[in-house]
Design a protein around this ligand. Structure first.
Ligand SMILES: [Zn+2]
Length: 295
């Protein structure tokens, strides 16, 4: 799908029919890819799309990642087998890109009831560009600005193509409804990141998935402002629901039980909220090492 003159969104199939993870093509003298989908996304979706544009994978000079989760970075190793392009990720994402099991190991330590350690879902990749907030990446054909927007993950970043007013946000803004928002890191950081977004002048926002309620990955002008505002309201509401349920319960609860009472988002998001409430002095672990909480 065309986003702007030289920017295209490739919808890489994911999870169920009609759902996808975004990979963006920015075509200049070389091609910049922002995110690469899953391990099979290059062959399944990205190469055919480049072919339709009359471009080839060997024109790819850079891959810039919004974060180091398997559904966004899984295709990197496959593309690197074809072309020696440079790969950029936020400094906090580098260890996760190099060790596909690190996320599971950390989540298992934080939430033993919720999270087991599975099989690796992508091949390790070494990043050769490591960026941080406010960095400018000059690829020789485009200049991209980085906004560090943690919350979903510690390394989440928005990639800004300022010449066109295009913000590629990955999973840094997720809307509300169904299983969203899905957080693996921190609700406090997520809210602060949404606040950062609300101060930017965004013409076009490209999301990492077709998040609810719009169910589209490209939002423009007033939709962007509404989506950011609604995303912030959704996380604030979720946090106060978690605290209310915990206080009213009268017995220790685990994140899954709280999630079942709420019925939206995901147990892991509730776990992240509980950790944040603990930092704020509003909740505490009932017993060390067990995922039970009291308000
Ligand atoms: Zn994602």
């Amino acid at each position: 799908m065309k986003v702007s003159d030289n920017v295209y969104l490739v919808e890489c199939p994911f999870l169920r029919p009609g759902y996808f993870v975004s990979s963006c093509i920015i075509a200049g003298r070389g091609i910049v890819l922002v995110d690469t989908g899953l391990e099979d996304s290059p062959k399944q979706a990205i190469y055919p799309y480049l072919g339709d544009l009359g471009l080839g994978i060997r024109d790819v000079s850079h891959i810039i990642l919004t974060h180091a989760h398997f559904d966004h970075c899984g295709g990197v190793s496959r593309i690197r087998e074809e072309v020696l392009c440079r790969v950029g990720v936020h400094e906090y994402g580098k260890p996760f890109l190099e060790d596909p099991l690190l996320l599971d190991i950390q989540l298992n330590r934080r939430f033993p009831i919720l999270y087991g350690i599975g099989e690796p879902r992508f091949k390790p990749v070494e990043a050769d560009i490591v960026f941080k907030d406010s960095d400018i990446i000059d690829t020789g054909s485009v200049r991209l600005r980085i906004i560090h927007t943690p919350g979903h993950s510690p390394c989440s970043s928005c990639i800004v193509y300022e010449d066109k007013g295009i913000y590629i946000s990955g999973d840094s803004i997720q809307g509300y409804g169904g299983n969203r928002p899905l957080l693996f890191h921190s609700s406090i950081d997520y809210m602060e990141s949404l606040d950062k977004f609300s101060k930017e002048h965004i013409d076009i926002l490209v999301l990492g998935h077709p998040f609810p309620p719009y169910g589209r990955a490209i939002l423009r002008s007033w939709e962007v402002r509404d989506f950011i505002k609604e995303s912030l309201e959704a996380i604030e509401k979720l946090r106060s629901l978690v605290l209310d349920i915990l206080r009213e319960s009268g017995k220790p609860m685990n994140p899954r039980e709280i999630y079942e009472r709420i019925g939206v988002s995901q147990p892991i998001t509730i776990g992240c909220i509980l950790e944040d409430l603990e930092r704020e002095g509003e909740a505490s672990r009932f017993d060390e090492g067990v995922d039970l909480w009291v308000g």
